[in-house]
Design a protein around this ligand. Structure first.
Ligand code: GAR
Length: 218
């Protein structure tokens, strides 16, 4: 039996990327499995989805803690109690401290709805439309202390079409996210994508498959 990488997913809301990861992990040959979902908001819809799938789903409400350090200690404790060895941020909307990030160094990735380093932070789609760019997309990257910065695992591009609203663009990018995130997790879990000198090195046998991801949204 293959040993699967035990993954925890942190969410703040809808959780569609978390669901895409869970569904990919259901394939017997997928090298990772989601063993825990943590949400920082009681109204995070993704908690219901995870529970319906029988995955331990924990609410750790940041408002219930006196400090960020206590909140993050509770998250790490919940993740580790469930055997998590690798963490995926999936629409998790709290800024994490350097201490948390260091604890999970090179075991913590994020998905962001832009082609980083363009458009870090919030309102990415509005900003891309205001600039008139013709390509947008999403990025999966290892997390570092600076927001939306860190070694890039892979990116997927989608076209920006005349007349797009921010919601149109967000929806097109989200479709790409749902393909990109599981593919990145798979490469990391197999060991074909690794951090080396603060870049992600893709093993020779995975280079072509990784390149195909660039148009995952088309
Ligand atoms: C996704 O588009 C994700 O890339 C974005 O929030 C959305 C969450 O959707 N994340 C960020 O903006 C992080 N800075 P989901 O809850 O349905 O996965």
């Amino acid at each position: 039996m293959m040993t699967k990488l035990p993954v925890g997913v942190l969410i703040s809301g809808r959780g569609s990327n978390m669901a895409a990861l869970v569904e990919a992990c259901e394939a017997p040959e997928f090298p990772a499995k989601v063993v825990c979902v943590v949400a920082n908001r009681p109204d995070a819809k993704g908690l219901d989805y995870a529970r319906a799938k029988g995955i331990p789903a924990v609410l750790i409400d940041h408002k219930a803690y006196g400090s960020k350090a206590e909140f993050e200690t509770a998250m790490t404790a919940a993740l580790e109690a469930n055997g998590v060895g690798f963490v995926c941020l999936a629409g998790f909307m709290r800024i994490l401290s350097p201490q948390f990030i260091e604890h999970w160094r090179d075991r913590l990735i994020n998905i962001h709805p832009s082609l980083l380093p363009s458009y870090p932070g919030l309102h990415t789609h509005e900003r891309a439309l205001a600039d008139g760019v013709k390509l947008a997309g999403c990025t999966v990257h290892f997390v570092r202390a600076e927001m939306d910065v860190g070694p890039i695992v892979a990116q997927a591009a989608v076209p920006v079409l005349t007349g797009d609203t921010p919601d149109d663009l967000a929806a097109r990018i989200l479709t790409a996210e749902h393909k990109l995130y599981p593919a990145c997790l798979s490469m990391i879990a197999k060991g074909t994508a690794k951090v080396a000198d603060e870049q992600v090195e893709i093993a020779a046998e995975a280079v072509e498959a990784a390149a195909r991801l660039y148009s995952a949204g088309v």
